[in-house]
Ligand binder design. Structure first.
Ligand code: C2E
Ligand code: MG
Ligand code: MG
Ligand code: MG
Length: 280
């Protein structure tokens, strides 16, 4: 775990108790300087096509390399950045950086004939920012990345809370070819009929469903639930990506249930961009 989080000595010593000791106030206070001082970095976790195991792309996951507290995961600072509004410039930085990185992979031909995609998480505050569409188009054009090589991940919860005005920017981006994924699906109590009105192209099934399939044979009800979600998603022409696949047992069952793509430690942990070619 320490290795996955950057391998710093602090994390090895005692990641959680140290992290807990840092106050929210302290982190919030230092966020702006951290952004100016380039203390953030991105790890990429491979997304794999289940049918043939080929590399499809990667999700960009931000980390904070804190000068005193070591590497902090996004759960420690994204909510604070969201609260203070700093998520907007931070998110813009992640987007620009990830798009630039995807462009490099494509130029170097990593992933073979199919161009690799990059997934970037969007928080609710970014979703509501008036310049989301403009900014995103500008970032894609600046790097020269085709819109279809970018997928924006919005949690199911944020998406179902959005009204028509708030969905419009996502729809505009979707019309340009940008993929939209419903992240952590299954945790947000969607009105299933409502899924139809969302501009999503992919449903990312939350890790909690994957966890139910750790043993074979899995609980038949767990299997039926995933089967039902996959079938509903496919009816709505959404592809299904599963999160948190940790074992071959899970991978086999999820493939047999018709899931299209997968992400998880079984395939690869999040890592620096240089490591992605090894995942091909
Ligand atoms: P997420 O988008 O659902 O990302 C997947 C999380 O699951 C990542 O945690 C990843 O490291 C972890 N994961 C992947 N495979 C496995 C596995 O097999 N087992 C287990 N137990 N975990 C696995 P991480 O990197 O800590 O990110 C947590 C959350 O922080 C993300 O959840 C996302 O919601 C948010 N986040 C990360 N980067 C950004 C960002 O740039 N902007 C925004 N707004 N949110 C971000
Ligand atoms: Mg995500
Ligand atoms: Mg997710
Ligand atoms: Mg998740």
């Amino acid at each position: 775990r320490a290795k996955a989080e950057g391998g710093n000595r602090f994390a090895l010593a005692d990641p959680d108790s140290d992290a807990r000791a840092i106050s929210r106030h302290h982190l919030t206070h230092h966020l702006p300087a951290a952004l100016r001082g380039a203390e953030f970095f991105i790890e990429y976790q491979p997304l794999v096509k289940m049918r043939d195991g080929s590399l499809e792309g990667a999700e960009a996951l931000v980390r904070w390399s804190h000068p005193r507290h070591g590497v902090l995961g996004p759960d420690r600072f994204i909510p604070l950045a969201e609260h203070t509004g700093l998520i907007v410039p931070l998110g813009r930085w992640v987007l620009r950086e990830a798009v630039r990185q995807a462009c490099q992979w494509q130029v170097r031909g990593i992933g073979g004939a199919r161009p690799l995609k990059v997934n970037v998480n969007l928080s609710p505050r970014q979703l509501h920012h008036p310049e989301l569409v403009e900014d995103t188009i500008a970032v894609l054009e600046e790097a020269g990345l085709p819109p279809s090589s970018l997928c924006l991940e919005v949690t199911e919860t944020a998406m179902i809370r959005a009204d028509e005005n708030e969905l419009r920017p996502l729809r505009q981006l979707a019309d340009l070819g940008v993929g939209i994924a419903l992240d952590d699906f299954g945790t947000g109590y969607s009105n299933l009929a409502n899924l139809r009105r969302l501009p999503a192209s992919t449903l990312k099934l939350d890790r909690s469903f994957t966890q139910g399939l750790q043993r074979a044979p899995a609980d038949p009800v767990d299997l039926k639930i995933v089967e039902g979600i996959v079938s509903l998603a496919h009816t709505l022409e959404l592809s299904v990506t599963v999160e948190g696949v940790e074992t071959s047992t899970q991978a086999d069952q999820l493939r047999d249930l018709g899931c299209d793509s997968a992400q998880g430690w079984y395939y690869a942990r999040p890592g620096p961009p240089e490591r992605l070619p090894e995942a091909v």
